[in-house]
Design a protein. Structure first.
Length: 205
């Protein structure tokens, strides 16, 4: 008599945000190179299309990813609720001259983060999990490197931001328990806008 072996479905991980999909959450299959397919969570499917990935079953041929480097918005625009066109020149504002050196570091780190694809990833996750807490903390002993932490009750992500690096923003760590985070990173001194934009909690006055 043959014994039936219970099969447990393998965990699916999004190829864009690297998040493990929740039970019942259906992945969409995309091909980054036109040959092999990977799983993408529903929150990141628009980002996968922006990368030029081809959705499984799509009749269209692979598109060329948009390689145009996004121009960073002015640092002062972080304090302006109005959206500014991405091609506006960076203008030195009086408010920036009133900030301390650590505050200027925070503002620049937020500007760099907002110019990265991680902004859309965080915004997509926030649509599902709600508004997160956030902090921007400089690393001691590391010149110019800051840690951006974005945390929900059931998930958190940490990004390293280094202005002069070839890859200015990179995902450094992630986890599920807030208790795993060092207390120093829980100084929630920033917020996340609905579109994923990181804004330091600094008074403009």
């Amino acid at each position: 008599m043959l014994r039936q072996v219970a099969r447990h479905p393998a965990k699916q991980v999004c190829a864009v945000c690297e998040r493990t999909l929740l039970t019942g959450e259906r992945a969409i299959r995309f091909s980054p190179d036109g040959e092999e397919f990977v799983d993408v969570c529903p929150l990141c499917q628009e980002l996968a299309l922006d990368y030029g990935w081809v959705r499984e079953g799509s009749p269209t041929s692979p598109t060329v990813p948009n390689q145009r480097r996004k121009r960073r918005r002015g640092l002062a625009s972080l304090f302006d609720p109005r959206r500014q066109p991405p091609d506006d020149p960076v203008v030195s504002e009086p408010i920036l001259r009133r900030l301390s050196a650590p505050e200027q570091q925070m503002v620049e780190a937020a500007d760099i983060f907002n110019s990265s694809d991680y902004r859309r990833t965080v915004g997509g996750i926030a649509k599902s999990l709600g508004e997160p807490r956030a902090s921007i903390i400089p690393l001691s002993g590391v010149m110019g490197e800051l840690v951006v932490t974005v945390a929900w009750d059931i998930s958190w992500y940490q990004y390293r931001v280094t202005a002069e690096a070839a890859q200015p923003v990179r995902l450094a760590e992630r986890g599920h328990e807030l208790g795993d985070l060092d207390r120093g990173y829980k100084r929630w001194n920033a917020r996340i806008e609905p579109d994923g934009r990181l804004v330091p909690e600094i008074s403009p006055v």
